[in-house]
Write a protein that binds this ligand. Structure first.
Ligand SMILES: [Zn+2]
Length: 182
């Protein structure tokens, strides 16, 4: 077991060094801080699952980030947009705060093209004209086994952006725009 641990940490350090050459944000080169940032998601509209490490230490892994961007595409049009990686960190830290660091998150909605946003507005879904979903800074989620009100309270306590509570539809909107709530 111990030997495997040493092997694993060695592999992670190598990964972090490799990632450093092409990462989006490669600040503070500290190979010692090789914490793995993993996300497990289930998309309610596409039926897809994803289990991906998108960041090691301070380095965002381009492959992992690209997989998440593809996964969170507008499910109506198929269009993708590069997500603000702070949104991924928000989901990761939210799960840790809720005591489910490796739990799976149900995705109700990710990126929205202006077309999709208008479609939802016209069909009376009460979405904002300038939704953070169109900026790829927002995701609507539900966490199996965790009451939605508890997810809302944890997200509010983090103060990382907007938090919307949709009790009747049983989901929470979390974004990395301005800190606000509704
Ligand atoms: Zn939303």
């Amino acid at each position: 077991m111990r030997f495997q641990k040493i092997l694993l940490s060695g592999a992670l350090a190598a990964l972090a060094l490799l990632a450093g050459s092409s990462a989006r944000a490669a600040s503070g080169d500290t190979p010692t801080s090789a914490e793995q940032y993993r996300l497990r998601l289930y998309h309610l509209h596409t039926g897809q699952h994803i289990d991906v490490v998108y960041r090691v230490g301070d380095h965002y892994l381009p492959d992992g980030v690209a997989q998440l961007d593809q996964f969170l595409r507008d499910h109506r049009t198929g269009d993708e947009k590069d997500y603000d990686v702070k949104e991924f960190d928000l989901l990761h830290d939210l799960m840790a705060r809720l005591g489910h660091p490796n739990g799976e998150i149900d995705i109700v909605c990710g990126y929205r093209t202006p077309w999709s946003n208008n479609w939802l507005r016209e069909h009376g879904h009460g979405v904002a004209l300038h939704s953070q979903h169109m900026e790829a800074k927002a995701i609507d989620i539900r966490i199996p086994g965790v009451p939605t009100a508890q997810v809302r309270d944890a997200a509010l306590a983090m103060q990382r952006g907007g938090v919307g509570y949709y009790a009747s539809s049983d989901f929470v909107h979390v974004d990395v725009g301005r800190v606000r709530r509704w």
